[in-house]
Design a protein around this ligand. Structure first.
Ligand code: SF4
Length: 416
């Protein structure tokens, strides 16, 4: 097949496939993914979030070179493992988000297609979603759907934020998780029916989430506060970070994982910065600016709801966070998580989470620069900062990672 004079030698997800094909979504953030899935269902797609974890790294290693980024190994491994466990793969498609930036994450799609061929699944179409646009017409990510996915990110971030604020202090074991499941179900139902999108509805739902968490009985113990930053996949996916959040909670810590919204903002902010320095399309730039304005309004409502309906301190707005890396790392550093990673560490330190785990895939150069590379500078500026960088890849042992984290917690406990 030929498209725009390019020969296409891989299966394409067409409009005709929408009705019958099930789209597999890789796992990452549980709550966010559940909500996003409902947005896709509402738009007419059949979807399933992958829930296979056992042995996927080994499957990934079988089909991609072992010097490939760990997130790619896992995502590709999870897809192929899921396909291998299906009786019929003739009506299955895969969806992959790509950063579209200069990092290797922009090339995962080629690795995935190559791996699929090698594993005997060359007939499975892959939908690529990136800031640079979509490859195929069968999957339509219009402004309406993008807005709804954005709404799912807000709800997901708020739930994750309040869950982390309460789960370490719950009086009844498992009650915070139960509440998360209950709220996620309510919101998923709303998104499935196409509601919960407008500003007024979002505000109401924010209030509902906050009130529910505020009612949860918790203790008033003092715990070591630990922030988690890092490469986006390793930071959020329990599959990649060996259940880091749960481990920290079991060690008696309160955890704070900055939300996905920061990365969305960052992805919209970077092209604007580029435009200022290198030039580029004014129209695109205006669209990005408009989107940031939209996000800021919704973010304001979320912060207002946390302040008013809970006793918890809200997160900082992005327009504040974005400048926190100033004097340490320039905004021109934009590969991987770029300056955002540094800015998030500063935000955590300034809000009392001086103990930080910086989770990064082994050999991930961008995040070693923005994470490990700025640790000395951060410690000089904030002497109470207690940061540990942990590498994740198939050859790292969990025990080794956890022992290093335990040392960091021990220092945190001493300070507490
Ligand atoms: S950020 Fe790191 S792990 Fe992610 S694609 Fe880039 S190099 Fe690989």
């Amino acid at each position: 097949m030929k498209r725009n004079n390019k020969v296409i030698d891989y299966p394409v997800f067409t409009k005709e496939m929408v009705k019958d094909y099930t789209i597999l979504i890789p796992s990452m953030l549980d709550v966010h993914m559940k909500l996003m899935k409902e947005v896709l269902v509402q738009a007419g797609y059949k979807c399933k979030v992958c829930d296979n974890f056992e042995g996927v790294a080994q499957v990934g290693l079988k089909y991609v070179h072992n010097d490939t980024c760990y997130p790619a190994t896992l995502v590709i491994g999870q897809f192929i493992d899921a396909l291998e466990h299906m009786e019929d793969t003739s009506k299955v498609a895969l969806i992959l988000t790509q950063t579209g930036g200069g990092c290797r994450a922009s090339n995962y799609i080629y690795l995935l297609r190559k791996a699929l061929k090698k594993a005997g699944f060359g007939h499975v179409p892959v939908i690529s979603v990136s800031m640079q646009g979509l490859e195929h017409s069968g999957f339509k990510l219009d402004l309406k759907m993008a807005t709804k996915l954005g709404v799912a990110v807000f709800y997901g971030d708020l739930i994750m934020y309040l869950y982390n604020k309460t789960r370490s202090y719950e009086i009844t074991k498992g009650s915070a998780e139960e509440l998360v499941n209950k709220i996620t179900k309510v919101l998923a139902e709303k998104l499935k029916n196409g509601s919960g999108i407008g500003a007024r509805e979002m505000s109401k739902n924010y209030r509902y989430i906050c009130e529910e968490f505020n009612k949860l009985p918790i203790t008033n113990e003092k715990k070591v506060k630990v922030g988690v930053v890092g490469e986006i996949y390793v930071k959020y996916a329990s599959l990649a970070n060996n259940n880091l959040e749960t481990f920290l909670v079991e060690q008696g810590c309160e955890v704070n994982v900055p939300g996905l919204l920061g990365f969305v903002y960052y992805s919209l902010y970077v092209p604007q910065y580029d435009k200022e320095i290198y030039g580029g399309s004014t129209i695109k730039n205006l669209i990005y600016k408009g989107l940031i304005k939209y996000l800021e309004k919704r973010e304001k409502l979320m912060i207002k709801a946390i302040e008013k309906y809970t006793s918890f301190t809200p997160m900082m707005p992005f327009k504040h966070t974005v400048n926190l890396s100033n004097g340490i790392l320039s905004h021109a550093v934009k590969m991987g998580e770029g300056f955002l990673l540094t800015a998030e560490m500063v935000e955590l330190i300034q809000t009392g989470y001086e103990n930080i785990v910086c989770a990064q895939p082994f050999g991930c150069l961008p995040n070693h620069i923005c994470g490990k590379g700025v640790m000395k500078e951060l410690k000089d500026k904030y002497p109470l900062a207690n940061i540990v960088a942990i590498d994740y890849d198939p050859s790292q042992t969990k025990v080794n990672q956890e022992n290093r984290i335990k040392l960091m917690i021990a220092v945190g406990k001493e300070k507490l």
